[in-house]
Design a protein around this ligand. Structure first.
Ligand SMILES: Nc1ncnc2c1ncn2[C@@H]1O[C@H](COP(=O)(O)OP(=O)(O)OP(=O)(O)O)[C@@H](O)[C@H]1O
Length: 992
């Protein structure tokens, strides 16, 4: 595909890159076979010329809806196109008639509804945006118009969106071929309704998809001659049996197991179920729950869906009994029995599960145990029983679980088919095949082998079809196609299924031979295929083998192929099931397989699988195929991530690159005449005047010196690389034309530049003069303004100074007056206090004199009265002596004298009291005088302190005044310097 010889310096190219598969860039240098490219990532890369691909410089930003419209049909071009479209939520793209669907991992609104279906009705493929509806419509039209059965093959890796695409296809076909009667549930409705039941039993959470279908499905819609759906059948293939017994973290087993464990208590009690963590078939992985899924609700929803597809409640009960029995089987463990190489249930727990399983299967517990622990071999009509060791017993137990589950799944599918109803008289059918794509894991077992063989078969079918379509296109355009090389994978198919001698035949042979082991089988393979270019032996293993499939190399483990025990058990359990009293369990095994004579015969799983595959291919061969290739854009299952390397791998595995290779082998580039002329008319401009497009195209092709191309009826067909060649010519002519245009343009722009410069110079001068005048005026204005500012500044300064001085003086005066007033007040207070003291003193002195005087007076009076009394006494004594009367008078006088003496005593006492009171008064006066003296001393001290304070306030004020004077001086200096600065600025402004 590389067209390196047309790449020149400056060309845009694609270079291989480890991180993004292909990166674009511009060619910097070409030396012999080496090329230097400046990549868009900023790096420069030197690589081989043959390793780069040309990039379409005119690639439309939103991509093209059909890969065949790409100017360059190669890997980087295909990737770029898919990515551009994916970024714009255009997830569907055609490659001819093949639809590529990139999983958006988000709901894209308004692209799947009845209105959109109506839009696609009867519209030719390619006229509207690529869509599964367009593919379904094409199939439906072809069936109706040409009367040929159709098939739509949907493929892709797990999580790529096959089931979603299949649903879309089915919905469209149901819309087109559905019955108008609304009174009964239509066939198509029933087919769509069967999905939840199939998903419950056939889907599981895997690393790559939370709801991964673990089986292939071919839904056959049968139509009558009017194009109405008259019946349907669902065929399933290759249910992943190993998942029943073996789950790896963080995957899960089939959904139905978890649903049943979460069923209402009366149900789980009936089946003796409970926490899924207690069952070995489920607890090998730590994943039990799906985010956003309520298993108990799912159980009820599944039961309801089973009812909708015609599974009665008795049958539902039987189905769940078998599901529960499978879980109990997993918990039966074995240890060594009493005899050598024999086995028995390990403990009570195992015996409980054995008993429960037997009850649920409705068979004899001992018979069930024997079927695990013994093998029956029939030789020459004689049957021999051989004990099995614990390991072999465990294998037979798992084999039973797997076969029962597989049969149960098949039974459900058959039941759904019977309920939907087949139309034996149907004219034609449209089948939609949803099957998993090519698988290559670290460990690949027989299951991967079968899947990959199916994919090889389908790929051959696909190649033949694409080849046929190419041929049809060439025939339609009436061009010669005899030399197209057909890409075939027949050699791989021969390697696997040739009889005798193919891998499958050798496997059958090895299984028949009792002593064969996986090592002898592998050795046989190595010997037989040692020179086969599609077969190899891995260096680090003596039992594995590698097959080089069309999509890549896969290494298989031979020990997974030769599981003879498993297959004997398959046959024996059929007998066992025959013995079950449960009609449902017996019905899981079709009558032909219940023939006990087959008990010891080996029934090859490979053969069983080949029969199914053969039947599928047989059906497909009678149909016209259509292809939908689903692509998973990233392994994180997140929207808006387009992982180039991953996608490229899927495109290769899905045969998209193969389809491109087939078309590249012929004429990969085809352009309608008008588009071709439009793109390349520059090579010979006269062609636009030629009315005949074929003639015009031929002239252009000759001009480009191309050979080997073909002219069809409506298109030009170019060989691989020729588009790049003619594009290179076009680039050359475009380059030359560009030089001429540049020359003219440069002359014209130089002239324009000169005129512009002159006009600009005049304009600049005018502007400069104007500017000078404006500056002059501005200078004067500033000068005036400056003077005014100075004047105002000075005025402001003086006013501030005056105000400041005024307020300072008032403040000082206020302080001084306050000081004087306080001194006067104190003086008055002291004077008043002194007068008070003096008056007290005088009062005291007067009181002393008065008291002294009164005392003297009283004393004088009493002396005088005493004298009088004495005189009287003497007189009375004299009288008394004269008479008794005188006696009385005498006693009276004595009494009076006594009284007088008492009064004297009293007066003496009063005088003493008064003396005492006087002393007290004196003491009080003395203390009052002392207090006053203290007060006077305090007042003197307070006055002194006040004086000191006033003195310090005056000093402070003087300091403040000095500071203010200093600040004022500084302010003055600042103003002076500002004025000076302004003057300098003014001078500078007016400076020339
Ligand atoms: N067209 C689509 N639009 C939106 N989401 C999609 C579309 N196709 C697929 N998906 C998302 O991708 C998930 C996986 O898709 P789907 O189950 O169809 O894959 P699959 O190829 O059938 O996988 P498996 O082989 O494992 O069953 C879906 O559950 C859905 O979320």
């Amino acid at each position: 595909m590389a067209t390196s010889f047309n790449i020149i310096v400056g060309s845009q190219v694609w270079v291989e890159n480890n991180e993004v598969a292909w990166i674009d860039g511009d060619v910097l240098e070409i030396n012999d076979k080496q090329i230097k490219v400046a990549c868009s990532s900023g790096k420069e890369v030197v690589t081989n010329l043959s390793c780069v691909y040309p990039k379409d410089p005119e690639f439309p930003e939103c991509g093209v809806d059909d890969m065949t419209k790409l100017a360059y049909l190669h890997e980087p071009g295909v990737l770029q196109n898919l990515k551009s479209r994916f970024d714009m939520d255009e997830i569907y793209t055609y490659t001819g008639n093949i639809l590529i669907a990139v999983n958006p991992f988000k709901r894209i609104p308004n692209i799947y509804d009845k209105t959109v279906m109506e839009k696609y009705k009867g519209v030719a493929l390619g006229e509207l945006n690529p869509h599964p509806y367009a593919i379904a419509d094409m199939a439906y039209r072809q069936m109706v118009n040409e009367g040929i059965s159709q098939s739509i093959l949907v493929s892709g890796e797990s999580g790529a969106g096959k089931t979603e695409s299949t649903k879309n296809l089915m919905q469209y076909l149901a819309h087109m071929g559905g019955r108008s009667r609304a009174d009964e549930r239509s066939v198509e409705q029933q087919v769509l309704e069967s999905n939840p039941v199939l998903e419950a039993f056939g889907n599981a959470k895997t690393l790559r998809n939370n709801n991964s279908s673990r089986f292939g499905k071919f839904v056959e819609l049968q139509f009558n001659e009017k194009g109405r759906i008259s019946g349907a059948a669902i065929r399933t293939y290759l249910l992943e049996r190993s998942r029943v017994c073996q789950v790896s973290d963080p995957e899960r087993s089939y959904h139905c197991f978890y649903m049943l464990c979460a069923a209402p208590p009366e149900v789980s009690e009936k089946y003796k179920l409970g926490d899924p963590r207690t069952f070995r078939y489920l607890n090998q992985s730590n994943c039990y729950q799906l985010t956003g899924v309520d298993e108990s609700k799912e159980y009820l929803a599944t039961k309801q869906a089973m009812g909708v597809v015609g599974i009665s409640s008795d049958e539902q009960e039987a189905i769940f009994r078998v599901v529960a029995a499978v879980l109990h089987l997993g918990n039966i463990e074995f240890n060594r029995g009493s005899e050598p190489d024999s086995s028995q249930p390990k403990d009570d727990k195992s015996r409980f599960h054995l008993k429960t399983a037997a009850e649920l299967f409705m068979c004899d517990e001992t018979a069930l145990q024997e079927s695990f622990c013994q093998r029956v071999m029939v030789t020459r009509g004689e049957s021999i029983k051989k004990s099995l060791d614990p390991n072999s017993a465990a294998i037979t137990r798992d084999a039973l679980a797997k076969i029962v589950y597989t049969r149960l799944f098949d039974w459900i599918v058959t039941k759904i088919n019977n309920s939907i109803g087949q139309d034996a008289k149907s004219k034609f059918l449209i089948g939609v095949l949803d099957i998993y794509g090519f698988e290559s894991f670290k460990t690949n077992s027989f299951e991967q082998f079968c899947i990959n063989l199916t994919n090889e078969k389908l790929q051959q079918h696909f190649n033949q079809h694409v080849f046929k379509m190419e041929q049809e296109e060439y025939s339609k355009e009436e061009i010669n196609w005899s030399y197209i090389e057909f890409v075939d994978n027949q050699d791989i198919l021969d390697l696997i299924e040739k009889k005798p001698g193919g891998v499958l035949a050798l496997l059958d042979e090895a299984c028949m031979f009792p002593r064969s082991t996986h090592a002898t089988f592998a050795e046989k393979l190595y010997q037989t295929f040692k020179d086969h270019k599609r077969f190899s032996k891995p260096k680090l293993s003596n039992t594995d083998f590698t097959i080089c499939h069309y999509a890549g190399d896969v290494t298989y483990q031979s020990d997974f192929f030769l599981d003879k025990n498993k297959d004997y058990v398959v046959a024996e359990h059929q007998v066992l099931m025959n013995a079950s009293k449960c009609s449902f369990v017996s019905s899981l095994f079709p009558p032909s397989s219940q023939d006990s004579s087959k008990a010891s015969k080996f029934i090859s799983i490979g053969s069983q699988f080949k029969q199914q595959l053969q039947a599928l291919l047989e059906t497909l061969s009678h149909t016209e195929p259509h292809y939908v290739r689903c692509v998973k854009p990233n392994n994180l299952l997140k929207p808006a991530i387009f992982d180039n390397l991953n996608i490229l791998q899927q495109l290769r595995c899905g045969g998209v690159m193969e389809a491109i290779r087939i078309s590249c082998a012929g004429f990969p580039t085809r352009k309608p005449f008008h588009e071709f002329i439009d793109r390349f008319k520059i090579l010979s401009p006269n062609v636009v005047n030629i009315s005949d497009e074929v003639e015009g195209s031929k002239i252009l092709l000759e001009k480009a010196n191309l050979e080997g191309y073909q002219i069809g009826k409506t298109k030009v067909f170019l060989r691989a690389g020729q588009m790049a060649e003619i594009d290179a010519r076009r680039s050359e002519v475009l380059g030359r034309s560009a030089t001429k245009i540049q020359k003219k343009f440069r002359g014209y722009s130089a002239c324009n530049k000169f005129i512009l410069l002159r006009t600009s110079a005049i304009l600049i001068q005018t502007i400069c003069r104007g500017e000078v005048a404006r500056l002059c005026y501005e200078h004067r204005r500033r000068e005036r303004a400056c003077l005014r500012i100075q004047k105002n500044a000075r005025m402001h300064h003086q006013r501030t100074h005056y105000k400041f001085m005024g307020s300072s003086v008032i403040l000082i005066q206020k302080g001084m007056r306050g000081l004087a007033a306080r001194s006067a007040y104190n003086y008055k207070r002291q004077t008043k206090a002194a007068i008070g003291i003096q008056s007290r003193c005088r009062q005291h002195l007067a009181l002393r004199r008065y008291l002294k005087m009164r005392k003297v007076a009283i004393y004088a009076q009493s002396v005088f009265r005493k004298d009088l009394a004495c005189k009287e006494l003497r007189r009375l004594k004299k009288v008394a002596s004269d008479t008794s009367a005188l006696q009385d008078a005498k006693s009276k006088l004595e009494k009076e004298a006594k009284e007088l003496a008492m009064r004297l005593q009293e007066e003496e006492r009063t005088r003493a009291d008064m003396e005492e009171a006087k002393n007290k008064e004196n003491e009080k006066l003395q203390s009052a005088i002392k207090e006053m003296e203290v007060q006077l001393a305090d007042m003197e001290e307070a006055k002194n302190k006040e004086n000191e304070k006033l003195q310090s306030a005056i000093k402070e004020m003087e300091v403040q005044l000095a500071d203010m004077e200093e600040a004022k001086n500084k302010e003055n200096e600042k103003l002076q310097s500002a004025i000076k600065e302004m003057e300098v600025q003014l001078v500078l402004c007016y400076a020339p």
